[in-house]
Design a protein around this ligand. Structure first.
Ligand code: ADP
Length: 462
């Protein structure tokens, strides 16, 4: 007889909802099979054992186990794979299946002994799996003789078809071990074994999880170290660049200082001496500004954060407008101030913020001609305070706009130095605004003035 359906489907058709089905991996299926076989092995229970594997390789891997079982039980092995070696203990009993036989997709174990009868049957779901042990099987497990009986009849038909010479031997074994109701003690042992396995598995999973977490932590630490190293390297490179630029910018006024000193020493008239003295005064002032700016820059680099206090921005801007108005008047420039009536409370550092905004106001004046207007305004937009400083000066070309915030970048060095510039003002300003959680942007066109926009977050409302 050649089967037309698998054992699993046949049982499903006949016993429908009486069967409890689960989907389990091949690893679990192997484990349940072992637990059942161990019941026979441990108590040396005489039994009829029928096993069906997709591959004879499983039998080969477990040779010792089947050799031990063969000493106790009458074994019938149904294989889909290659035949067993001739000298194996079950070599007389195996049944090689034909291509296309539905049994080829199944894994089953039937144990019949005086103490219990059991059938474990798994049907391969034939879904791709990352590894063999994780292949999924629809599985049923039954201890009920009436469900085991029809399977035995079918297997007898299979033996009659494939190995008729062993049929009589099998029928004799069947008569000796008719399916019987299970001994409750053995069922308890089986359940306990499975529970112990479940516990071991959980323990193993916990350890694996702990190990995984440790590895994850180590990875995170390594990553943090890498990032810190990268940041440090970038800092060092920036510092080297900064020191290089700074020494260049210090050297220029020192050279000028030396030549002015030389000229002073050799001056012949009082007015000549006066001229060089005033030049020296200017140079000394420039160097003082430069050194102060360098110190500010490095202090801000070190600090990264500042202690911020609640601050009324309109008040601060009003005071700054007063401070700068005299300078603008001297240069015959006009200042227009538009501040809102409503308070604009931010969290800020008043000295640093004042320094940042004054830098831009001074630039607006320095890079503009007399009879022009500088406008300072503040508006509240959503959760932000937006400060705008607009001038009618020489403007900045599109390509230079992103660079003006770089340390020591100047569009026109001579012009910048002539008005006491150090090339550090906007870099310091941007740093301060960023520390306040804000942003600074510029929009400009040559000859059409420049507008600087500063956005600062308002203090959270209580
Ligand atoms: P500096 O001390 O040279 O003014 P800053 O960092 O303050 O240095 O500004 C960098 C450069 O950006 C200046 O040298 C100048 O070329 C340009 N710049 C800044 N503000 C203005 C402005 N309002 N109008 C035109 N150019 C400006």
């Amino acid at each position: 007889m050649i089967l037309t359906t698998s054992l699993f489907h046949l049982l499903q058709q006949r016993f429908a909802d009486q069967l409890s089905l689960i989907t389990c991996s091949k690893a679990t299926l192997v484990h349940i099979s072992h637990t059942l076989e161990d019941l026979v092995l441990r108590q040396k229970l005489p039994a009829l054992l029928l096993t069906g594997f997709q591959e004879s390789s499983h039998w080969r891997k477990e040779t010792e186990r089947y050799r031990a079982l063969a000493e106790i039980a009458h074994q019938v092995c149904v294989f889909a794979g290659r035949p067993l070696p001739q000298d194996g203990p079950a070599s007389q009993l195996f049944i090689p299946l034909a291509e296309g036989d539905p049994l080829r997709q199944e894994w089953f174990v039937i144990i019949l002994c005086g103490e219990f009868s059991v059938l474990l049957c798994g049907q391969d779901n034939l879904a791709p799996a990352p590894e063999e042990s994780l292949r999924q099987f629809s599985t049923l497990l039954t201890f009920q003789p009436e469900q085991i009986l029809p399977v035995l009849d079918i297997l007898e038909g299979v033996i009659a078809a494939y190995r008729p010479e062993t049929l009589a031997q099998f029928q004799a074994a069947r008569r000796r071990f008719p399916p019987s109701a299970p001994n409750p003690a053995l069922i308890s042992r089986f359940t306990t074994d499975l529970l112990a396995y479940e516990e071991r598995l959980q323990g193993y999973l916990r350890t694996s999880l702990d190990e995984l977490q440790q590895v994850h932590q180590q990875l995170q630490q390594a990553q943090a170290r890498q990032i810190a190293l990268g940041v440090e390297r970038a800092r060092v490179t920036m510092l080297e660049q900064f020191v290089g630029d700074a020494s260049h910018d210090l050297r220029t006024p020192i050279t000028n200082l030396q030549s002015s000193l030389y000229l002073l020493r050799h001056a012949k008239t009082a007015s000549e001496r006066e001229r060089y003295l005033s030049k020296l005064d200017g140079l000394a002032q420039h160097m003082q500004t430069l050194v102060e700016s360098l110190l500010d820059m490095s202090a801000l680099d070190q600090a990264q954060t500042l202690t911020l206090q609640p601050l009324q921005l309109s008040e601060l801007l009003g005071n700054l407008a007063e401070d700068i108005s005299l300078t603008l008047q001297e240069r015959q420039q006009r200042l227009q101030v538009r501040l809102p009536g409503a308070p604009a409370l931010i969290l800020g550092h008043s000295n640093h913020l004042a320094r940042a905004i004054l830098n831009i106001l001074h630039n607006a004046s320095r890079y503009s001609l007399p009879h022009t207007t500088v406008t300072l305004s503040l508006v509240i937009q959503g959760n932000n305070a937006c400060i705008t400083i607009q001038d009618e000066g020489i403007g900045i070309a599109q390509e230079d706009q992103p660079r003006i915030f770089e340390r020591f970048f100047r569009v026109d060095q001579a012009r910048s130095m002539a008005s006491g510039g150090t090339g550090l003002g906007l870099a310091i300003t941007q740093k301060i605004i960023q520390i306040h959680g804000g942003q600074i942007e510029v929009s400009s066109a040559p000859g059409e003035g420049a507008t600087f926009y500063i956005t600062l977050p308002l203090a959270p409302q209580r």
